[in-house]
Design a protein around this ligand. Structure first.
Ligand code: UD1
Length: 340
């Protein structure tokens, strides 16, 4: 069983490759290395003993993508991670985001159609819900107008998939991630932010290790118990495992609809201050932080209703917040050791 993982050297992609290999799948990665490091391939091999097949090119190139599928007609399924993901950057460079995230999707779906590949797992986001009216948020909650071009690419992608599934033999599962954090327990792979991280967890670990001076907590006046915003943080390995289950469900033809959508979260919301407290508790580090104004575009609170994923996929996130923050810290320490 050969699975194509686009963006397989990235953060969630690399963890998913490990889980796929450990379940006996053969993996071929396509990545343009625009936001990842080639050495991740050897790191994956260190964990699993298997170096995944790898091709470096950009799937926004239609001819190269078509040629790739012709040469690899034994692919049984695709997990599509490769995309730009920085919200702020997408506001500055919308065309770059639309071109990259949408053209590559179209080229891949075309390759699937032309080569009779049926199984497609798409990396979506809870960002499609905006600030939901009801919490926890279910998959049936209305999709709200996107706050950013990045968010819009996720919404448009889901629409492109919906239309394609109706007119082809392609089946799809969109996984709407909540907030993935943490790293593999081996501390051999993890998140590798280039430049200043946008996301909370790498900013915390980089501050604690001395790369950043201070964490700014965006907003202390939200309508939440401690005034800081609430998210559903999920361990990246739990998230990765859900992808393997999704692929397996498709291959075994267990889907109930041709396009299924699942929330991937723990079902628990934690505030920014709770994440900081967990980090300080499990690491013994004191974090330098200060509460500042809200960040534009942030929602106040969101966490997942996980019932559908739990019941249908038979999957449940297992790791708690302390395990997430500790694994993120071990990864940051491992990175430091690598660099010294
Ligand atoms: C992130 C991504 C979004 C993705 C979503 C779900 C960004 C900006 N957003 O959303 O694309 O769809 O996950 O996977 O990358 N915070 C601070 N200080 C910081 C950084 C963050 O206080 O330096 C706060 C934020 O205000 C927020 C929480 O931490 O309340 C989480 O932020 P972040 O990790 O950036 O994730 P989201 O914005 O929820």
């Amino acid at each position: 069983m050969k699975i194509l993982v686009t963006g397989g050297t990235g953060y969630i992609g690399s963890h998913t490759v490990v889980e796929l290999q450990q379940k006996g799948f053969d993996v071929i990665i396509v990545d343009n290395l625009s936001n990842s490091d080639i050495n991740v391939l050897s790191s994956i091999e260190k964990i699993t003993g298997i170096k995944p097949e790898f091709e470096e090119f950009d799937m926004i190139d239609r001819d190269k993508t078509a040629d790739f599928f012709k040469r690899n007609n034994d692919i049984q399924g695709i997990i599509h991670f490769a995309a730009y993901k920085a919200v702020g950057e997408s506001v500055e460079k919308p065309l770059m985001y639309y071109r990259n995230n949408l053209f590559s999707l179209v080229n891949i779906l075309q390759g699937m159609k032309d080569n009779n590949i049926e199984n497609f797992v798409f990396s979506s986001s809870c960002t499609v819900y905006g600030q939901p009216e009801e919490l926890p948020v279910t998959e049936d909650a209305p999709v709200q107008k996107a706050e950013s071009p990045y968010g819009n690419t996720k919404q448009i992608s889901e629409e492109i998939i919906t239309d394609t599934v109706k007119s082809t033999d392609i089946k799809a599962i969109a996984l709407r991630y909540f907030n993935p954090i943490g790293a593999h327990e081996s501390a051999i792979i993890g998140e590798l932010p280039i430049g200043i991280p946008n996301c909370l967890m790498p900013f915390i670990t980089q501050t604690a290790i001395g790369i950043r001076e201070q964490l700014r907590v965006f907003g202390g006046d939200y309508n939440t118990p401690d005034g800081t915003a609430i998210r559903d943080y999920i361990h990246v390995v739990d998230l990765a495992k859900a992808h393997v289950i999704a692929v397996d469900r498709m291959i075994k033809k267990k889907m109930k609809k041709d396009f299924e959508v699942f929330n991937l979260g723990t079902g628990n919301g934690f505030s920014v201050l709770e994440v900081i407290k967990s980090f300080e508790k499990v690491t013994g580090e004191k974090l330098n932080y200060r509460i500042v104004d809200r960040r534009a575009g942030d929602v106040e609170q969101v966490w997942a209703d996980t019932k559908f994923a739990n019941d249908e996929l038979g999957w449940k996130a297992e790791k708690d917040l302390d395990e997430m923050t500790l694994s993120a810290w071990k990864w940051e320490l491992a990175l430091k050791n690598l660099q010294t």
